[in-house]
Design a protein around this ligand. Structure first.
Ligand code: ZN
Ligand code: ZN
Length: 411
């Protein structure tokens, strides 16, 4: 474990910048028993920030695994009313939420897929009102991470478990801008301002298309939908409170026009798809669709991703991230989207976010399709940023503006 003061700094950052708990507000902390040390510190930071009550919701991924094996499908599908009522009450109280993610890779290997599907579906149905509440930003919520030994060992397979755990803690804290010598809250305020400034500048330009190129062989044109919005970083709840849905976050992202992507993109990091690492791959696009591709490793996985449905061979997101970011500077592949997608410029195959087009949140599916927003069951981010990435934006009138030079913003 890192030093106590460092963890306390992290907990304070999570509570004050992540969820931005208000005086007399109820705070819900959702944590695995694997991460109890951090959870306790977040509870304390919650009260220090003026929370009226902090409610801890423990989960144990190992017990969940045992239950998958021990329970029948009917039993897995049964969600007790008291469990639902608990969330209803917390919602009525206007509670804000901190979720600590700490994945245990491979834990559910061998579970009957039918059981997993049935349980997942029942949970989604029963708690969709919680999802809607959060995704609609009706309260403040934040997702952060804490390591566990299994995850750490997967990231640093050559190290002993304990050393690996130390190293993953170290990397997570660095990536979250928590260091012994700094004031993370102040640094996050500045960081949020930078993200917001870039969102505003990029949205104001309303580029017709972006051109990406680097020495890895990427030469790609991405047309953007009309009235697109660049998002990323802090946001405001419908109750008017600023918060950060993710710690860390480094991206400015928007919506590509489904049929307007042309050229070749070469990935700069492996893509983890369903537990398989697709390595050294490239994709070639024509009018939005992947028409040619190759990978040195896991070509079959790449193929199955592209063939999930019609939309999985089209793009749904384009994101700009400075090469010189704390996450990328750790030089680690975290095997967790919260970190890896924030390491470098990325694209996503599959579904687009409605919020990335003006009025998108209230559009019907048909309306979204009509503006050129891609639809798919998947949304799979892959990294293609590099130290020498160049990005040029071209406006409708033909004006060209350099956005990235040598992997960093120049606007
Ligand atoms: Zn993204
Ligand atoms: Zn994404």
């Amino acid at each position: 474990m890192p030093k106590l003061e460092l963890l306390e700094k992290y907990a304070k950052l999570v509570v004050e910048v992540g969820a931005n708990v208000q005086k007399d507000q109820v705070l819900v902390v959702s944590s695995s028993v694997e991460t109890y040390e951090l959870a306790r510190l977040i509870v304390k930071a919650g009260y220090n920030a003026g929370a009226r009550d902090v409610v801890l919701q423990w989960s144990d991924p190992y017990v969940e695994r045992i239950a998958y094996d021990g329970k029948s499908i009917e039993s897995l599908e049964y969600i007790p009313q008291w469990n639902i009522d608990q969330y209803k009450e917390l919602k009525e109280q206007g509670a804000c939420i901190v979720s600590i993610t700490s994945p245990i890779p491979g834990l559910n290997k061998g579970v009957d897929p039918e059981k997993m599907q049935a349980s997942g579906l029942a949970q989604m149905k029963a708690f969709s009102f919680v999802q809607d509440h959060m995704m609609g930003n009706h309260t403040q919520w934040t997702v952060i991470a804490a390591p566990n030994k299994v995850w750490a060992k997967q990231v640093f397979s050559e190290l002993d478990e304990d050393v690996a755990l130390e190293k993953l803690w170290d990397a997570i804290l660095k990536a979250s801008r928590v260091r012994e010598t700094n004031d993370p809250i102040k640094e996050w305020q500045e960081h949020s301002k930078t993200l917001l400034t870039h969102n505003n500048i990029l949205t104001d330009h309303q580029f017709d298309y972006l051109h990406f190129s680097n020495s890895l062989g990427t030469d790609l044109t991405v047309k953007l939908v009309e009235n697109h919005i660049w998002a990323g970083g802090g946001t405001k709840s419908t109750t008017g409170i600023e918060f950060n849905p993710n710690i860390p976050t480094e991206e400015n992202f928007t919506m590509p026009y489904k049929f307007g992507v042309n050229g070749k993109v070469v990935a700069s990091l492996p893509l983890d798809y369903r537990g398989n690492l697709i390595e050294d791959f490239w994709l070639e696009f024509k009018d939005g669709k992947v028409v040619n591709y190759d990978a040195k490793k896991q070509l079959e996985s790449l193929k199955s991703l592209l063939e999930v449905d019609e939309g999985s061979s089209y793009l749904g997101e384009v994101a700009l991230i400075s090469y010189d970011s704390p996450i990328n500077n750790t030089g680690i592949l975290f095997l967790n989207t919260l970190f890896d997608e924030n390491a470098s410029c990325h694209l996503a195959l599959g579904r687009a976010y409605p919020r990335n087009v003006k009025g998108g949140d209230s559009m019907t599916l048909k309306e979204l399709v009509n503006v050129g927003s891609n639809q798919s069951m998947v949304h799979s981010d892959f990294m293609f940023g590099s130290k020498d990435m160049q990005v040029i934006g071209t406006k409708k009138d033909g004006t060209k503006i350099t956005i990235f030079k040598d992997g960093d913003y120049v606007i």
